[in-house]
Design a protein around this ligand. Structure first.
Ligand code: DER
Length: 222
């Protein structure tokens, strides 16, 4: 069986009737959304806030009732993927370009469950380039400021040979910092730079990680 599918589907076990659920973005949480839609068809009553327009489209197509922060201020549970997971459950996210809405939704949630395959588990964060969402205005200078924080190299993410633009109209800089020993400090230093909107370090946010393997799933908790 596909490890990502096993992890994604297992997360649905934690969804109860009348919950408000944050739906993440990416190829692992895709399976969560598919499986959740079956439970909704079978009568499960939930509302969901999507973390990207692509997740919103998928959820809508599958008949999952959507909500927004107009009527919701707290969510019961958010389920999302990650690009790296450290032993203390700190994360690098943003490979899918949805980090800003993912962090807003996760921050408004009582619990955050991450679904991933074992390739995402790392001894320390930083092998995966850290995605940093920046405004298009002044992006060149913002990137120079990010480099001063010890970034070894930085790439402005592109799509079809143009800068990739997020759902929020911003750019993404993929930043190689090498091993990140103090993710809490780096997260704060990055967000202190005018022009940085948010970054992909999710520190002390995940409550549980469901790791999919060839044989099944392993649950990792703090
Ligand atoms: O952008 C993100 O953080 C997404 O959750 C994504 O990177 C997760 O990766 P996946 O597609 O391997 O699940």
């Amino acid at each position: 069986m596909e490890p990502k599918k096993l992890a994604g589907e297992k997360a649905v076990d934690y969804i109860e009737n009348n919950m408000v659920i944050g739906l993440g973005t990416g190829s692992t949480v895709y399976w969560t959304i598919r499986h959740l839609a079956l439970r909704v068809k079978a009568g499960l009553h939930i509302k969901a806030i999507p973390t990207s327009m692509s997740t919103a489209r998928l959820a809508e197509q599958l008949g999952i009732p959507l909500a927004s922060f107009t009527e919701i201020d707290r969510l019961d549970l958010t389920i999302d993927g990650a690009d790296e997971v450290s032993p203390d459950l700190n994360l690098i996210k943003g490979g899918g370009g949805a980090l800003l809405r993912e962090k807003i939704v996760a921050y408004a949630s009582e619990r955050l469950i991450i679904v991933a395959d074992s390739s995402k588990q790392v001894a320390s964060l930083g092998k995966f380039p850290l995605p940093v969402e920046i405004t298009p205005f002044g992006w060149e200078n913002t990137c120079k400021q990010v480099m001063l924080l010890g970034c070894e190299s930085l790439t402005l993410r592109e799509k079809d040979e143009r800068p990739f633009v997020t759902d929020n109209g911003n750019y993404i800089a993929d930043c190689k910092f090498g091993r990140i020993d103090s993710p809490d400090l780096l997260e704060k230093s990055l967000n202190a730079i005018p022009g940085v909107v948010e970054n992909g370090l999710f520190v002390n946010m995940a409550d549980q990680v469901i790791i999919g393997t060839e044989k099944g799933t392993n649950i990792v908790e703090k």
